[in-house]
Design a protein around this ligand. Sequence first.
Ligand SMILES: Nc1nc(=O)c2c([nH]1)NC[C@@H]1CN(c3ccc(C(=O)N[C@@H](CCC(=O)O)C(=O)O)cc3)C=[N+]21
Length: 292
Amino acid sequence: MATRMDGRQLAGEIELRLQATIAERLAAVGRPPGLAVLRVGDDPASGVYVANKEKACARVGITSLGAHLDAGSSATEVLAAVQQLNADTACDGILLQLPLPAGLDEGPLLLAIDPEKDADGLHTLNLGRLLKGEPGPRSCTPAGVMALLARHGVALSGQRAVVVGRSILVGQPMALMLQAADATVSVAHSRTPVLAALTRQADLLVVAAGRPRMIGSEHVKPGAVVIDVGIHRTESGLCGDVRFEEVEPIASAISPVPGGVGPMTVTMLLVNTVVAWCRRAGVAHDLGDLVP
Ligand SMILES: Nc1nc(=O)c2c([nH]1)NC[C@@H]1CN(c3ccc(C(=O)N[C@@H](CCC(=O)O)C(=O)O)cc3)C=[N+]21
């Protein structure tokens, strides 16, 4: 039976660290950290995530500077909101909640975010920093996966890792972070021939394909570590990209949905915000084990 990789537990522990980091530096900086979640329209799933992020901010002492524009907003209006947050000295982190309503192109809007306030790590400059191994905010979901692996003592050097999914949000930065940790990484996607033949070679399997319950026992080498990044709302509740009940008996460790990667994503967003707050104030932080 596999070890369950409990993201809620680890997220809670990191939140305690953030709380202490903030409290110890509050006098030196002179104001609390601020995180703006910029939401456009009313995607119902986004509503839940935004609410989770705001609650987490309140727990650790980050001020939420939420901005909610209506679904019919023009690109110019969203851009103006981003620029206002860039200029706001009380704002250390900006997250543009995706997906945007149809008709709004996320590309130029993500590029408009001040890279030093890019709490999501999705700006081209920060993706480039990751590619080159330079410090900077890292994409929250893959950074959360790395923290979960470290916490469970999963050694990556010399291991074969397979990432299923090649999105800019998760798959691509995940592959780069695993390579930086000396894993040998393959990236599979919807056009990969004989997916199971590849995934069965993996010592570490990270599934971020966005297809409910697509990965089963036939895809997994006995003893592998399996990370499920998917989250889907179905009639029978939340599920991931992995058939948990099928894979758990053969894996050595597995992250559940919910309670695995999701809470870690939120926590890494807070970490990026607190690190940016320290950097902008010229104060040292103690979170270097979580983001470079
Ligand atoms: N710019 C941007 N950055 C994101 O990081 C981003 C985004 N847009 N758009 C949507 C996705 C999705 N996402 C999640 C965050 C938290 C949970 C989370 O807290 N999940 C809990 C349960 C949540 C529930 O109960 O519904 C868990 O897995 O245990 C899930 C998913 C961030 N995303």
